[in-house]
Ligand binder design. Sequence first.
Ligand code: ZN
Length: 411
Amino acid sequence: MTDTTRIDSERLWSRLMAMAEFGATPAGGCNRQALTDEDKAGRDRFVEWCEAAGCSVRVDAIGNIFVRRAGSDDSLPPVMTGSHLDTQPSGGKYDGIYGVLACLEVIEALNDAGVSTAHPLEVVVWTNEEGCRFDTAMMGSAVWSGNMPIDDAYALADREGRSVREELERIDYLGSEKAAHGPVHAAFELHIEQGPVLEEEDLAIGVVTGVQHMSRHRVLVHGAETHAGPTPMSMRKDPMMALAKFLPELYALAEEHAPDGRITFGFIDAQPGSSNTVPGRLELTVDIRHPQAAAYQAMLEGYEQRVCAACDSLGLEVELNCFWEAPGVEFDANCVAAVRHSVEQLGYSHREIVSGAGHDACNVASVAPTSMIFVPCEGGVSHNEAEAITQQQAELGANVLLHAMLARAAG
Ligand SMILES: [Zn+2]
């Protein structure tokens, strides 16, 4: 009987469109940043839907929302699934939101089919996943999983100086429940891929096995400001010459670790920034990623060695500092197997994939058996108003989630 249970694609899609009204932008995207009036309106609507579906709703002290469908043995730890409703300032309709609304749809589909599970099911909306208004991504899940002290989260402030705590209170989502995890039987997060691989290969589902290792580095090269005219090339201390040497070498490093190695130079600044002065100071950021620990380590070492060698050869002083690092995550083998089995049973095309971006599931994975499911998105575009998926893509992903959850919640 449970094998024939499917989600209602119309209901899921109409809710995605209804949620997109909160903070809708003229270009068809969403601006629903964490703890704004728009976020509150979206949360309120979501809670109404959950209560109408017969679920109980709790809010914890960092504003995470927990929606519970009782299990036939309600003392068992829950099977949890969740994502986020907040968006970037010019975000789309699906990043995070699809994951949340598909979870609710799973519960609705089980209600319609009269299917009960031994373990309770819980849908979670994590607070401030995007980290744009308050500068810490995946904040709510970090606090809940014990990876961030709640007072640090409360103290984060937006550009106008309003703190997370004040804003939680203002929108009435400063919950009474302690923001801390209890036992969780299994956890899943369904998300758009945010990359081009599934679409390129014309596949319906990504069985996500982990999240890649990633870090961001600041490189500061010190030279000497001199006039662009009188100083011969050979007598300059020009940081741009170092850049010209190490930039191709770092692209080569990514190539040596192809196809999974990633190196990105997202910010480059030469000072004083005058067209007829040799810059005295060059600053750039380097973002380095790889799914495998050993290769990631080799890339870190290669980066350091090549930048230093280039600067040394020109007699330039260089400072390197890593200002952000997120270790990779290997998802739980049983949860990954539940997703794979669910896809195979449903007969959908699929492949294994490693997430290139961080998700709340990374925090959840530090305290509970966890894995993720990806669906393709158009052109791999996300964090963008043009973000798009089709109703059918949404449907298939939610069916996979449904059956993976059923498998883990059966008892
Ligand atoms: Zn997201």
